[in-house]
Design a protein around this ligand. Structure first.
Ligand code: XMP
Length: 204
C-alpha cells in the first residue's frame, strides 16, 4: 500500500529541487489488472523537463552519448532527449534480469550488439529504475572498458532501501517506496509499458 498525503499524492521524493505536482486522473486506458497510480503523467513530464535542463547545463561543452538500457527506458529516452537542446548521440543496449511473470530478479543478461563505439565520448547511461544497483554498476564498468571518457548515470526512479551496490545516480527523477512498479516503460510480464504514468499493480 502506497502512503498518500491528504491531497491524495503518493509519498515520492525528488532528489533535487523540491517538487510540487498536481495529481490528475489518469486517462482511461486498457490495462490487464487494476493499477494504483503512484506518479502521474503530469508529474513525470515536469520532472523529465527539469532533468533535461540539468543535463543540458552539465554537457554543453562535452560530446554526449546517451546509452539507454532496453527495454524499460524507451519512453524516458524519447521524452528526455527532446528536452535536451544539445548535439547528442543516442545508443542502446539491452540488459535484463527479469523473465516472464515475476517480480524477483534473476541472472543479469546483457546484449551490446547494437552499441556503437563510445571510446573517447562522455556516456550517460539511462535506465528506468535503480533498484539493487547491480545493472547500472555492471554497465558503468562495461562502458569504461569500452574506452568511454566519463560515465554518468540517470534514472527516472530510485527505490528506497533496496540498494546493494554503492552507486549514486548523477540524475534521478523520483525516489519511491519499495514496490514493484509498472508503466512509462516499466513492465510486468511485458505488459503495462504503454501506461503514461507510474503505477503499482493492485493485487488485492
Ligand atoms: P537493479 O536491481 O539491477 O535493477 O538495480 C534494475 C533493473 O531491474 C528492473 N526493475 C524493475 N522493473 N518494475 C519493473 O518493471 C520494478 O519495480 C523494477 N525494479 C527493478 C528494471 O528493468 C531495471 O533496469
Amino acid at each position: 500500500m502506497i502512503k498518500r498525503d491528504r491531497q491524495g499524492r503518493a509519498d515520492v521524493n525528488v532528489t533535487a529541487a523540491c517538487f510540487v505536482g498536481t495529481p490528475r486522473r489518469p486517462p482511461l486506458l486498457w490495462v490487464p489488472a487494476p493499477v494504483e497510480v503512484l506518479i502521474t503523467q503530469a508529474q513525470i513530464r515536469d520532472r523529465v523537463a527539469e532533468l533535461g535542463r540539468q543535463i543540458e547545463a552539465d554537457y554543453h561543452d562535452r560530446p554526449l552519448t546517451i546509452v539507454a538500457i532496453l527495454t524499460g527506458s524507451i519512453v524516458l529516452l524519447a521524452d528526455l532527449i527532446r528536452e535536451i537542446q544539445l548535439p547528442l548521440r543516442v545508443a542502446v543496449l539491452q540488459a535484463s534480469s527479469y523473465k516472464g511473470a515475476t517480480t524477483i530478479a534473476g541472472k543479469l543478461s546483457i546484449n551490446e550488439d547494437f552499441l556503437p563505439d563510445v571510446a573517447g565520448r562522455d556516456v550517460l547511461l539511462l535506465d528506468d529504475i535503480l533498484d539493487t544497483g547491480h545493472t547500472l554498476s555492471t554497465l558503468v564498468g562495461r562502458m569504461s572498458d569500452r574506452g568511454a571518457l566519463r560515465v554518468r548515470t540517470a534514472v527516472l526512479l530510485r527505490k528506497i532501501g533496496r540498494q546493494q551496490v554503492q552507486l549514486e545516480p548523477d540524475y534521478c527523477g523520483f525516489e519511491i517506496p519499495d514496490a514493484f512498479v509498472i508503466g512509462y516503460g516499466l513492465d510486468f510480464d511485458d505488459d503495462y509499458r504503454h501506461l503514461p504514468y507510474i503505477g503499482v499493480l493492485d493485487n488485492g
